[in-house]
Unconditional design. Structure first.
Length: 559
């Protein structure tokens, strides 16, 4: 019996237009991950749209919308094999608008392949303050990707082509900022390639005779070689934590005809088997696993590092979402947290961070606003020693211990117990403002039952919408959402396709989402007894004829 190769998850990162998708697509094709017939189909379609140079990228850009726009939007997964490993490639977007998807992809990766364009002007754009090269590398390091490979791409477009001077310039610049981030440049292989022509990817190049090869210092001894393929075979295999309880953050949830509900994600710790009863957090739903697949092949046991899809019984797609975490219901199941203590470093905030600041946290696959509830200690970044108790403000460059409170239900863990679920990036103003690790969590074991109710929503001052809606709501979540929403009633609801929904607002505030709140026109139902809901300042309730919420109204009042 042939021994199964070790699985490694590789995330491809870098600035937009650095050639990530083309490089990745070419690599997968050369390593047998896509057949010639399919490539010819992509090549023909690309030529018809006047984008023939995109043919390898189209191996990854499978969605029609992505093809038309010429950029990679969501994370694509592809598999190919080297002599030593089976690699799953996570191709992450480079456009700043899609940084959330990039963080999600990075949090699943074992190794990062940083693609840097050596073409004139493109390298400079990528490493500039507004470029994504530095930020992607920083996020990879923060989210626990400790092995990084640098592909110096587009060597065929340097001036002159395949310029040693340009390669050396890029290596110096990238080594400098990787060292500042926390990587040791002596462990990072730099490989000059052309993702378009395939130069130096699989076989050693004849066009760069000056390139003596890459070197990488490793714990087991030094590794060296010339090609990108050789670098991939020199990867240090990740250590998998099988003995810990199962933690599987959901990347997405699909409804597949004839099969049913299929969540997908990467197993971070523990094992997953058919017949196992799972608990999903923060929804507290339980379900039995019917079957497991990875790359369209059935599995009887799925292990840490495996990107899997699994079919579950008796749970609708609408009740699960990206960012939920699955665990074994019989062995330390995951739970949402009411608060957590974290050690953070403020990287790039234009002002002062004070208690009450609420950026969006990207932790594993979750994307949730969290409030800096208390600034506990300011720390020395280098030593970790305490500098000040209860600081009033934090500035860029400061390190601190803080108490954080999620604005809507969120499952995280301490970094010590479950590292992939205990590190995060805080984002605001379209940039990463802080990074951190979670030291301890306060788990929320309370139940949050759903209730149906009918309530009349009236936007008094803005007079935008007045309608009766049937609401299915977790009372605690609704109360929290109302507190957050006091200043935003003007866009609380908008009529979309006959349904009253404002998904952007729902995502920000925590009110909404198919597993928390469903809004639809009319319908009967009992009253919403608002004495069970804590109302925010500036919001009043007009009681209905029965003395409860039914037929009443929620108003924003003005002081």
């Amino acid at each position: 019996m042939v021994k199964e190769k070790t699985h490694v998850n590789l995330v491809v990162i870098g600035h937009v237009d650095s050639g990530k998708s083309t490089t990745t697509g070419h690599l997968v094709y050369k390593c047998g991950g896509i057949e010639q017939r399919k490539l010819e189909k992509f090549e023909k379609a690309a030529a018809q749209m006047g984008k023939s140079s995109f043919k390898f990228a189209w191996v990854l850009d499978k969605l029609k919308a992505e093809r038309e726009r010429g950029i990679t939007i969501d994370i694509s997964l592809l598999k190919f094999s080297t002599q030593k490993y089976t690699l799953t490639i996570i191709d992450a977007p480079g456009h700043r608008d899609f940084i959330k998807n990039m963080i999600t992809g990075t949090s699943q990766a074992d190794v990062a392949l940083l693609v840097v364009s050596a073409a004139k002007g493109e390298y400079e754009a990528g490493v500039s303050r507004s470029g994504q090269t530095r930020e992607h590398a920083l996020l990879a390091y923060t989210l626990g990707v400790k092995q990084i490979i640098v592909c110096v791409n587009k060597m065929d477009m340097t001036e002159p082509p395949f310029s040693q001077k340009r390669f050396d310039e890029v290596v110096r610049g990238v080594s400098g900022f990787l060292k500042k981030i926390g990587y040791d440049p002596t462990t990072v292989p730099f490989v000059p390639i052309s993702g378009w022509t395939g130069e130096n990817m699989i076989t050693a190049t004849q066009k760069m005779p000056w390139f003596q090869g890459w070197k990488s210092r490793q714990r087991e001894g030094n590794a060296s070689g010339k090609t990108l393929l050789e670098v991939l075979d020199s990867i240090h295999p990740p250590v998998r934590t099988i003995n810990k309880p199962l933690r599987l953050p959901l990347q997405d949830v699909y409804k597949i005809g004839g099969v049913g509900t299929v969540p997908v994600g990467k197993i971070e710790t523990g094992i997953l088997k058919p017949g196992m009863t799972l608990m999903f957090s923060p929804t507290k739903l339980t379900a039995e696993v019917k079957s497991i697949e990875m790359h369209h092949q059935g599995l009887q046991t799925a292990l840490p590092g495996h990107n899997v899809g699994f079919n579950i019984k008796n749970v609708a797609v609408k009740n699960l979402r990206r960012g939920d975490v699955a665990g074994n219901a019989q062995q330390d199941p995951p739970s949402d947290v009411s608060s957590f203590e974290a050690q953070v470093i403020v990287l790039n905030h234009p002002g002062k961070v004070k208690a009450g600041y609420s950026p969006v946290l990207d932790c594993h696959t979750a994307h949730v606003s969290c409030r800096f509830a208390e600034l506990k200690e300011k720390l020395d970044r280098r030593t970790g020693n305490k500098l000040e108790d209860q600081p009033q403000v934090l500035m860029s460059g400061d390190a601190a211990t803080v108490k954080m409170v999620p604005i809507k239900p969120m499952c995280v863990e301490s970094f010590f117990n479950y590292p992939p679920l205990g590190r995060f990036a805080a984002r605001d103003l379209k940039q990463t403002v802080a990074v951190g690790v979670i030291k301890s969590v306060v788990k929320d074991h309370g139940s949050k039952p759903l209730h149906k109710a009918q309530v009349r929503v009236s936007l008094e001052a803005e007079a935008a919408v007045e309608a009766e809606v049937e609401v299915e709501v977790a009372f605690e979540a609704f109360a929290l959402s109302l507190r957050e929403a006091a200043g935003e009633w003007a866009r609380l609801f908008q009529v979309l396709g006959g349904c009253l929904r404002d998904e952007a607002w729902e995502a920000e505030s925590g009110l909404g989402g198919s597993d928390r709140v469903r809004l639809c026109p009319g319908g009967g139902g009992g009253g919403l007894f608002l004495d069970r809901v804590e109302l925010p300042p500036g919001v009043s309730v007009e009681e209905g004829p029965d003395g409860g919420g039914a037929g009443g109204a929620i108003h924003k009042t003005h002081k």
